[in-house]
Design a protein around this ligand. Structure first.
Ligand code: MN
Length: 348
């Protein structure tokens, strides 16, 4: 990597990859129909089945952790990527297959990081279906492979990470002091029908609705009161929660006071305040100055960092737009580099 002609490195923090073994397994399941997740069959069926050059390019780049990816990074001025297993990852697979794919993904990501330590860091993947195996694989990923956090491609076959069966994984994240990156996937079977009917289940809208809901659910479940040390990173400028949060605070307080739902009990702080204590937000897929400035204002400038969402949203112009944010050079260095270094403990 050559020294850039700017006073900061650009670290992109939500950059996807996929081992070919995962796509091979997905293809088998698409053929034999053994995964009943509707969103999987639609989304992955499209990416692996479409003859259109755009999805074919994305799949090709997802599988590349070498020269082609680095050339794209150089062309866009991206110095470093934080890699994560692409959606839906392990989360449509059973425990056995999911654990196998997670191990392959973690080994492959670690190899790329070892080969190109200045260009790549990576998050660990696990199968969430078996918490004991997940904890062991997360520990292996962080302590032996040098991985920097855990990717969760949102719901686990319709289950949310506030559920008790995932508690050992949350405890391990806190003990290891690494963040959970809560990343979108298609809505679960109980939610997807009207989205799919409208063709709006994917990144165009359904991803954000479902993932924002997941993050809010982690907050209102009291999970962050039970685990105040849990660090959550979320993309796409917070999956719309920063925009909603005043109304969420207001209505949440009312329904708690009225004891309307057992699921929304009292919290130690307002829902909005967790965005300032436990959550960091990236700009993946949202390269737009005004909302970035708004989110910095709502959650604090030190909690917002750059991401591209490569290869899904590979857009050279977006880098220039974010370089031109109306903030100081010191704030830009935090936005593009220092906050990511701190949150993911990047040591390159
Ligand atoms: Mn993404």
């Amino acid at each position: 990597m050559t020294t850039p002609d700017r006073p900061y490195l650009r670290i992109a923090t939500e950059e996807a990859f996929a081992p070919p073994e995962m796509f091979a397994l997905y293809s088998e399941h698409l053929r034999d129909g053994t995964i009943d997740d509707i969103g999987f069959n639609s989304l992955v069926g499209y990416f692996l089945g479409s003859p259109h050059p755009q999805p074919r390019w994305v799949v090709d780049r997802l599988e590349d952790l070498g020269a082609a990816r680095i050339a794209d990074m150089d062309a866009a001025g991206i110095d470093h990527q934080v890699l994560a297993l692409t959606a839906p990852g392990t989360q449509v697979l059973d425990a056995k297959e999911g654990a196998r794919i997670a191990r392959i993904a973690n080994d492959r990501a670690a190899e790329a990081c070892d080969l190109h330590p200045d260009r790549f860091s990576a998050l660990a993947a696990v199968s969430f279906e078996d918490a004991g195996t997940a904890v062991a694989e997360l520990e292996r990923g962080v302590t032996q492979l040098g991985l920097k956090g855990l990717i969760a491609n949102s719901h686990v076959r319709g289950a949310y990470l506030s559920e008790d069966r995932f508690t050992p994984i949350v405890e391990a994240l806190v003990d290891l002091d690494v963040p959970l990156y809560l990343h979108p996937t298609t809505p679960p079977n109980d939610m997807i029908a009207p989205f799919l009917d409208a063709g709006l289940d994917g990144a165009v809208f359904g991803f954000g609705v479902e993932t924002g809901f997941h993050l809010l659910r982690l907050i209102t479940s009291g999970l962050l009161d039970r685990f105040p040390g849990l660090k959550v990173v979320v993309g796409h400028l917070g999956e719309a929660l920063p925009f909603w949060i005043r109304r969420i605070d207001h209505m949440h307080a009312k329904q708690v006071a009225a004891a309307r739902y057992a699921a929304t009990g009292p919290l130690r702080q307002k829902p909005s305040e967790y965005l300032r204590t436990n959550v960091w937000i990236t700009t993946s897929g949202m390269p737009w100055t005004d909302p970035i400035m708004f989110v910095r204002h709502v959650v604090g400038a030190d909690r917002v960092m750059y991401a591209m969402d490569y290869p899904y949203q590979y857009d050279l112009a977006e880098v220039a737009e974010q370089d031109a944010l109306p903030i100081s050079d010191a704030d830009k260095a935090d936005f593009f580099e220092n906050t990511a270094r701190r949150v993911f403990d990047l040591t390159f």
